[in-house]
Design a protein around this ligand. Structure first.
Ligand code: NAD
Length: 255
């Protein structure tokens, strides 16, 4: 797909990887709808990006709010071709720790936002993508999901997060197969350690030390490098049903 011809719906678009993707897509001539629960950050970024961007507040787990956000996208830009799912939360909690057993509601909350929310937005965007006239490559839409290397090497305290991202990896191929006849591709990215607000809570020394664990290049990933990969996925028509690790060859240790 040619980004200049696309409207992208970017969840988690107010921060980190989603915000960097919005910047890159607008720079490449695309139009974007930023979808996030953080209205202050989302509106500020939309204003910065100008006419090619708008913001709508929505919780990805809510059918009514996502439906309203999709309607707002159609009203603003006429269509929707690319979905980038970046909304997500982290959690550090052991199965059994000093505070006792892992509270079930916290486990469910992470699954609900990272996995159920991702699927919710996909299922609601697909009928809109299906209405697109196929482009020169015959494509109607592209869906990009955020997994994580934690899907493969979840660390101590990442049981809920790793399970949620394992779900994103697991549904990738069946989604691509389900949507093949609709000419919609599905590709997931499994980032390693990226320098976003999600990691900003850590002290500077810890972030530098984490970066040094990456074989090559020995540093944290920059959000722009996720955005570069997202652009590649949109443009590479033969790429489908795959999960791309984006991690500088890092394999997470138990802690
Ligand atoms: N940063 C990393 O190192 C890293 C590594 C692997 C995977 N990821 C994944 O990439 C995605 C983006 O991460 P990030 O680092 O940019 O995080 P971030 O915290 O900077 O941004 C996440 C955004 O999602 C929004 N959000 C949270 N819950 C939401 C909900 N229910 N509905 C709508 N919006 C919601 C937040 O408001 C925030 O703006 C996440 O799914 C994360 O798990 C990040």
């Amino acid at each position: 797909m040619d980004l200049r011809e696309t409207v992208s719906f970017i969840t988690g678009g107010a921060s980190g990887l989603g915000a960097a993707t919005a910047h890159r897509f607008v720079d490449a001539g695309g139009r974007v709808m930023l979808v996030d629960m953080d209205a202050a950050a989302g509106e500020a970024l939309a204003a910065e990006l100008g006419e090619a961007a708008q913001f709508v507040a929505a919780d990805v787990t809510r059918e009514d709010e996502v439906t309203a956000a999709i309607t707002a996208t159609q009203e603003a830009f006429g269509s929707l071709h690319v979905l980038v799912n970046c909304a997500g939360i982290g959690l550090a909690m052991r199965t059994y720790g000093r505070q006792g057993v892992h509270p079930l509601d916290l486990f469910e909350r992470v699954i609900r936002i990272n996995l159920v929310g991702t699927f919710n937005v996909i299922r609601l965007c697909v009928p809109v993508m299906m209405r697109n006239t196929p482009d020169l490559e015959g494509e109607r839409g592209v869906i990009i999901n955020s997994a994580s290397v934690a899907a493969y090497e979840g660390q101590i305290g990442q049981v809920a997060y790793a399970a949620s991202k394992g779900g994103v990896v697991g549904m990738n191929l069946p989604l691509a197969r389900d949507l093949a006849r609709n000419a919609i591709r599905v590709v997931a990215v499994a980032p390693g350690l990226f320098d976003t607000p999600m990691l900003a809570g850590l002290p500077e020394v810890a972030r530098i030390s984490l970066g040094k664990q990456v074989p090559n290049p020995p540093r944290l990933g920059q959000p722009e490098e996720f955005a570069q990969t997202a652009q590649f996925i949109v443009e590479a028509s033969y790429l489908n049903g795959e999960v791309l690790r984006l991690d500088g060859a890092m394999r997470m240790a138990p802690r």
